[in-house]
Design a protein around this ligand. Structure first.
Ligand SMILES: Nc1ncnc2c1ncn2[C@@H]1O[C@H](COP(=O)(O)OP(=O)(O)OP(=O)(O)O)[C@@H](O)[C@H]1O
Ligand SMILES: [Mg+2]
Length: 248
């Protein structure tokens, strides 16, 4: 393979790779954005789980929101046993959820604005299991902790750059507040991500909603510009590449 060929990382989401030329560009930072309950955490966790079970790629899942117990319980519903992979040393779940007392000091707090502690923790886990996939769920939690967007942006850019420099592909989830129509409180995609995927769960009639997915941007890729149907099935998230969302 030439140095200029973009290596692709399979997403582990059935149907999604077909929309993006075979997968995420290896070593890139991809933002998974969407309103509450649109499936961001499930998609990101599935990326880590399938990374191991289908592609033999170890992954680190950093949770800043839900506790690992809840994540494991929810994913088991889709037949994805994270606990087992964790015991086998194929995934690391880094618990920085609010239930952990050490969280504010670990992820940095006003006025210090420093993510180097978080970075050191993530780097250790990457090394320990030779990870090539990393998830940060969710960036939005940090946005609430840091009052200066500019400094958070700078710190975060450095964190993402240092993680992806190791060759890891980084997925970051970000919540779009309910009332927003754009990408969220701070225009993350402009400074950080080489790719942005948006998940929707829009009302299509008085009695129903419909899930869909959009590849808003993906550098170096000829991606679909349509909004495609997506469902959360008993086996996790699935995308229908040939099916255009009824809401769009
Ligand atoms: N077993 C399941 N079968 C079908 N749908 C499910 C199942 N488990 C969860 N869901 C759906 O997925 C949603 C939660 O998905 P997820 O936690 O990934 O959302 P999220 O975008 O991360 O939300 P938040 O912004 O609150 O973190 C639930 O609200 C529910 O609609
Ligand atoms: Mg979530």
């Amino acid at each position: 393979m030439s140095d200029y060929t973009i290596e692709r990382v399979k997403t582990g989401i059935p149907g999604l790779d077909e929309l993006i030329e075979g997968g995420f560009p290896k070593g890139d930072t991809i933002l998974i954005a969407g309103k509450a309950g649109t499936g961001k955490s499930i998609l990101a966790t599935q990326f880590i789980y399938k990374g191991v079970t289908e592609y033999n790629e170890p992954g680190v899942f950093v949770t800043l929101e839900e506790s690992p117990i809840l994540i494991k319980r929810n994913m088991l519903r889709f037949g994805m046993d994270l606990e087992k992979l964790e015991k086998e040393g194929k995934i690391s779940i880094v618990d920085l959820s609010p239930s952990k007392e050490a969280t504010p000091a670990t992820i940095g707090e006003y006025p210090s604005f420093d993510l180097s502690g978080l970075q050191a923790i993530i780097m250790n886990h990457i090394k320990k299991i030779n990870a090539t996939r990393v998830v940060l769920d969710t960036l939005s939690i940090m946005a609430y902790k840091f009052r200066s967007r500019d400094i958070l942006r700078e710190e975060f850019f450095r964190l993402a750059a240092n993680i992806t420099r190791t060759g890891c592909t980084l997925l970051i989830t970000s919540e779009i507040p309910a009332q927003e129509t754009g990408l969220g409180v701070f225009d993350i995609e402009a400074f950080l991500a080489s790719g942005v995927i948006v998940l929707y769960n829009e009302k299509i009639s008085d009695t129903s909603r419909s899930r869909s997915i959009e590849v808003l941007k993906l550098r170096g890729s000829k991606h679909s510009s349509r909004i495609h149907s997506m469902r959360i099935t008993d086996e996790g998230i699935r995308v229908w590449p040939g099916e255009i969302s009824p809401g769009s």
